[in-house]
Design a protein around this ligand. Sequence first.
Ligand SMILES: Cc1ncc(C[n+]2csc(CCOP(=O)(O)OP(=O)(O)O)c2C)c(N)n1
Ligand SMILES: [Mg+2]
Length: 377
Amino acid sequence: MPKAAVSHKTAGDRNGSAAKSTKPSKAKADKNGNEDFAIVELAKAEYQKRRKSQFEAIKKTDKKLLREMLYQMVLGRRFEEKCAEVYRMGKIGGFCHLYIGQEAIGVGSMMALKPSDMVITSYRDHVQAMVKGISPEAVMAELYGKEGGCVKGKGGSMHMFSAEHEFFGGHGIVGGQIGVGTGMAYAAKYKGTDQVTLCFFGEAAVNQGIFHESLNMAQLWKLPIIYICENNQYGMGTSQDRALSTRNIAKKADAFEMANEFVDGMDVMAVREATLRAIKRAREESLPTLLEVRAYRYMGHSMSDPGNYRTREEIAKYQERDPIVLFKDSLKEAKVLTEKDFESIEREAVEATARAVRFADESPYPAGDELLTDVFA
Ligand SMILES: Cc1ncc(C[n+]2csc(CCOP(=O)(O)OP(=O)(O)O)c2C)c(N)n1
Ligand SMILES: [Mg+2]
């Protein structure tokens, strides 16, 4: 996030001067009483509020599930740190978008689903694929372009997929998955299954026409879908302040009379609770929801991003309220897990990652005669 928020008047500045633009004198609520989260202090205050509610949510959640949630977050982090390492060694080719900093969103929302529920997302898909049950081995081998990958090495980083796990990609066209996800929810309703669809996309996708067209249809046709806008505050090198006329993405759903909520994406329990409310609405009333979940991307947009559009200080500020550290501290405070438990979670995640790398290293490349099978162009 830039040092200063951009006021409505300066949001159209195309000269990259967002960080220097006029600072509103103090944080204000708008006419509808919605807080403007553009200002870091307000986001921090929201975080403190969430910090307390996280503790309350922990107390009413099954301990085994809490442990598994922390494990999945730690696994996601360690796995992707390893991805960056082996990418630099040349073992992974092509694009590679990491999820580091956003783990609470995927874990908090997806672990509230039933296994039969469906998920679709963008190219930033490694962690979501693992949380949905695709093995770390199959995800790493896919990243390597190897035969043991979840789509036999033909999808790579951006196209994780497994029909068996109800995980429908991994999409490279910004916003493309919003239309496909809406169709998946329509199919579930048409067929009378009780499946809920979770459709993830970034905040930059909200400016695409397909977002508005899909939300209109979902509300009109009462589809069992949850749209999760993962607001990591940047679309490639463009701050949301330079691309969005409003900071209040959740409220865009009001235009379609759709239920919506803003959620602190650094708080895994807040994400879980909001998703549970949306799941109930989808499953019991067949109604859609838009959740705007605000987090921060620690790494570059992809592995080839030099990152010269933001400062180190800005990144450090968000790392101070890291979602994994926050959850760990809360679990300790609630006496759900001990320091020893945390150590074994770390160890398990490191070992699972090492197994995945070994598997990917040893897996062969697809055979030449596989070149045109399962490929559509
Ligand atoms: C239709 C389309 N336009 C442009 C691009 C190039 N592009 C790839 S990622 C990206 C930014 C998307 O940002 P956001 O939706 O916020 O997701 P994030 O990468 O932050 O997760 C852009 C513009 C694309 N892939 N598809
Ligand atoms: Mg983004």
